[in-house]
Ligand binder design. Structure first.
Ligand SMILES: Nc1ncnc2c1ncn2[C@@H]1O[C@H](COP(=O)(O)OP(=O)(O)OP(=O)(O)O)[C@@H](O)[C@H]1O
Length: 268
């Protein structure tokens, strides 16, 4: 069995809010092993982003610990590429300079020639070559998201932490970006944590799927995805894929219902 890279040990997270203490994560333990692709799925607002923010180093657990290669996480670092659904690009830099940004930082420094080659490669992969000098606000939302992906992939981090990275894309681009991600992983081997609302996406990409409960979120079930890589589009049509999809959808729907009930009770 491969080594553990990200370890959650009895992690709980709560926030002090104007309405009192909000317990978001409740005693979560699991691990992500080397080169695993683990998706996190669960009802909206249950605490998925918070879970990822702890790994990214943006949030500290209230109790328990999260370890990266066996060590506590002191804060954000260049070993972890974080991709959010929004705000992934710097509006004051051109498309090309956005991609080059991380390659100028001390941790990943590349010389000008290497930088240029990497930028060209990712602009081409993401269909952005004709927009190298464009400002982010002049390109479409889907293109901005592809730019955010290009920026994260370009620095080649060991870990990819992705929060709904394809959520804003149209169906066709989304599917192309999923396949591209699998291709990048095949050649560059990374350890991935992905948050998604799409059961289809989680099943197509992941080696395991962690289904979270309503808030305060716990692990409801961890599903091992039995399909070998590389994966092909036709997988979506297979009987086993369909059965797993139904099972996970059912779990997630139940947790959505539980969360909606809690909200209603809270509002009373
Ligand atoms: N820094 C914070 N201070 C106070 N409350 C917070 C903070 N961060 C998150 N929360 C609250 O914690 C809860 C969980 O938020 P989180 O973004 O982790 O959920 P999520 O499962 O990722 O949601 P979604 O699927 O809608 O993106 C929400 O009620 C949110 O308002």
């Amino acid at each position: 069995m491969t080594r553990q890279r990200i370890t959650f040990e009895n992690v709980s997270v709560g926030f002090d809010t104007a309405r009192g203490r909000l317990n978001v994560i409740d005693d979560v333990s699991f691990d992500i092993r080397d080169r695993e692709f683990v998706s996190i799925i669960g009802p909206s607002g249950c605490g998925k982003t918070t879970l990822m923010n702890v790994v990214a180093g943006f949030v500290q657990p209230s109790s328990g610990k999260v370890l990266l290669d066996g060590k506590p996480i002191p804060g954000p670092g260049p070993d972890r590429g974080v991709i959010f659904q929004e705000y992934g690009v710097f509006p004051w830099l051109s498309v090309k300079d956005n991609i080059a940004f991380g390659l100028k930082l001390a941790a990943n420094r590349k010389n000008a020639k290497e930088r240029d080659e990497i930028c060209q490669r990712y602009m081409q992969l993401m269909g952005l070559s004709d927009f190298a000098d464009a400002w982010p606000h002049t390109i479409s939302g889907g293109m901005r998201q592809r730019l955010a992906l290009a920026r994260a992939y370009a620095v080649s981090p060991e870990f990819l932490l992705m929060d709904e990275p394809f959520g804003a894309l149209d169906a066709q681009t989304r599917s192309a970006m999923q396949d591209l991600l699998l291709k990048v992983l095949q050649t560059e081997g990374k350890t991935v944590m992905l948050i998604t609302h799409s059961v289809e996406e989680a099943l197509y990409l992941s080696s395991r799927i962690v289904i979270m409960t309503a808030r305060p979120t716990r692990i409801r079930e961890i599903v091992t995805v039995p399909f070998a890589y590389p994966r092909e589009e036709s997988l979506h049509e297979s009987k086993e894929f369909g059965e797993l999809r139904s099972h996970i959808r059912e779990c997630v729907m139940q947790e959505y219902a539980a969360q909606a009930q809690q909200r209603a009770a809270f509002a009373e």
